[in-house]
Design a protein around this ligand. Structure first.
Ligand SMILES: N[C@@H](CCC(=O)N[C@@H](CS)C(=O)NCC(=O)O)C(=O)O
Length: 186
């Protein structure tokens, strides 16, 4: 069975959210990160970086939450066939895990820094309920989970200037899979 390795309140909840959304069978292996279980050689054989999340699926090992999401979307038939469609998904997942996440690192003017990313996302969500249009997709898991961190952990970033992001987060928060995986980390 597919195994998801995570810790209490870790980014493994992002992957867990998607596994729940697609109804995949999986086992959640909770590592005791306080005692350093993620640095044991048995786990380093799965992720040499000693970080969570990681998955094993038979002989396949994947780490980095974005790469795991793409793997799962491919495996469970949720990726478009066209290269252009796939590229749109890679683009948003990489954006969420690089530019957007970096923008949230501590700084004196995080609120200002985030404007350049949050404003365009807000404009897109003014036109459509989900990032790729009418339908929920893996992009909403990648981007939505980083956006959902903001009110939980970065209260200096004022989301009231982005009402469409706020209603998006509410829409995502109503999803049972989100509640099962993400809400428990708040
Ligand atoms: N870019 C990685 C980040 C992974 C990461 O930072 N994981 C944290 C938990 S949320 C971790 O394992 N920290 C323990 C450590 O770095 O030793 C991803 O998205 O998977």
């Amino acid at each position: 069975m597919l195994k998801l390795y995570g810790g209490a309140r870790s980014r493994a909840s992002i992957v867990q959210w998607y596994l729940e959304e697609i109804g995949a069978e999986y086992e959640f292996v909770q590592l005791n990160m306080q005692s350093g279980e993620h640095k044991l050689s048995s786990y380093l054989a799965i992720n040499p970086m000693g970080q969570v999340p990681a998955i094993t699926d038979g002989d396949v090992k994947v780490w980095e939450s974005g790469a795991i999401l793409i793997y799962l979307a491919e495996k469970f038939g949720k990726m478009p066939d066209s290269l252009a469609g796939k590229a749109e998904i890679y683009q948003w997942i990489l954006f969420a895990n690089s530019s957007l996440s970096m923008g949230l690192t501590p700084s004196d003017n995080r609120n200002e820094t985030m404007k350049r990313y949050l404003q365009p996302v807000n404009e897109i969500l003014a036109q459509q309920p989900f990032m790729l249009g009418e339908a929920f997709s893996v992009v909403d898991v990648a981007l939505g989970s980083i956006l959902a961190y903001i009110p939980m952990m970065f209260q200096d970033v004022d989301l009231s200037a982005y009402p469409h992001i706020q209603s998006y987060l509410q829409r995502l928060g109503d999803r049972p899979a989100f509640q099962k995986a993400i809400m428990k980390r708040s």
